[in-house]
Unconditional design. Structure first.
Length: 360
């Protein structure tokens, strides 16, 4: 039985864990609201009308676009993780996203490892694939503005957007180059491991330096086996997923009644890609990124369309954020159901020693 004091401690711990992400989210929305307020006068009733104008069939179309995006997003980790496959990669991706959103760190890692074990994938191989997937996403995230500038230039050339695209492209190239250099060199991996072990040892912690070196080199070698030949395809599919994100906003803009004459496709798609590095902020830049995109499109369409554009942005976020969390909940339910079914049919004695299954 939990005592009153224990309950109070639990509530306090949960409050501290939730306070920071909630505070950052609220701050992001407030900042976004202030940015939008500088663009023009907003009719919130018009925003609501724009949201309600999206029909059921249009909503279904947006969900289908989201599913296509998730397929593209899952291809890299499927390629980087032997034995995972595309279907399980999608389940793993959206499940980890759900855990990372609603649970404190490292909730997403716990879910990934649990799923890898139940699928008979070595956790180290699985996390190597997940690590590569994350690094490739960072490369694609910062490469997006360069493509965004090229697309936006189909409508109008802007030197400021060119600078943004070039700077982001340099960052993306640096990320990918460093990734390839580190993961293809045992010497670099060993040097980094020794420095890390000595740094921890300097804090009077007991560290087996050679064990750290062996573990890091082994991890690098596992990643190196899947790195060659998969970097460029991984970047390509990540970029396709990002482009799908922009196309979901484009479809939302059209569904709220704003046509090509008011908001050209190049402006909408280009604006999303140019602002994409802001997804590094909490909740994928919710608030700040939305405000910047709406401001960029409003600058072309006119302030009379600002309210409708905000409505489109709300629909976009509901689909891309809320929809992804919904897919994560469905994926977790499917995984639990299938794992129980397999577990009930497989005697414990048949599991591999040292790789026991985790009961979800």
């Amino acid at each position: 039985m939990v005592t009153a004091e224990g309950s109070s401690r639990i509530r306090g711990l949960l409050a501290r864990r939730w306070f920071k992400p909630v505070a950052i989210l609220v701050l992001s929305i407030i900042v976004g609201w202030f940015i939008i307020r500088f663009v023009g006068s907003i009719s919130w009733s018009a925003v609501g009308s724009a949201i309600r104008s999206v029909s059921f069939l249009e909503l279904v179309a947006l969900i289908l676009l989201l599913l296509i995006r998730q397929v593209f997003n899952a291809v890299p980790i499927a390629r980087f993780t032997p034995g995972l496959g595309l279907r399980r990669a999608m389940v793993n991706d959206v499940s980890a996203n759900l855990a990372g959103t609603v649970a404190p760190p490292p909730g997403d890692v716990v879910v990934r490892i649990a799923q890898f074990r139940t699928w008979d994938i070595h956790p180290v191989d699985g996390m190597a694939g997940a690590t590569l997937n994350m690094l490739i996403f960072y490369g694609a995230r910062f490469a997006a503005p360069a493509l965004g500038f090229a697309i936006f230039s189909l409508y109008s050339f802007d030197s400021g957007k060119m600078v943004t695209g070039l700077v982001s492209l340099v960052i993306a190239i640096a990320i990918v180059t460093a990734l390839v250099a580190v993961l293809q060199s045992d010497a670099v991996a060993e040097s980094l491991a020794r420095r890390a072990a000595r740094a921890v040892g300097s804090m009077k912690a007991k560290v087996d330096e050679q064990a750290w070196v062996d573990a890091v080199v082994d991890f690098r070698q596992r990643i190196g086996k899947t790195l060659n030949g998969n970097v460029l395809p991984g970047l390509l599919f990540m970029m396709l997923g990002i482009i799908m994100d922009a196309l979901i906003l484009l479809a939302s803009v059209r569904f709220v009644g704003i046509g090509e004459a008011q908001a050209p496709w190049a402006v909408v798609v280009g604006s999303v890609l140019l602002a994409y590095p802001l997804t590094i902020l909490p909740m994928f830049g919710l608030g700040v990124m939305d405000a910047i995109i709406v401001a960029a499109i409003t600058d072309v369409a006119g302030v009379e369309y600002e309210s409708a554009l905000i409505g489109a942005a709300v629909v976009w976020r509901v689909i891309t954020l809320g929809g992804t969390l919904g897919l994560g909940a469905l994926a977790m339910a499917w995984w639990r159901a299938t794992t129980r079914a397999v577990g009930s049919a497989t005697p414990v004695s048949e599991t591999t020693e040292g790789d026991a299954r985790i009961d979800p």
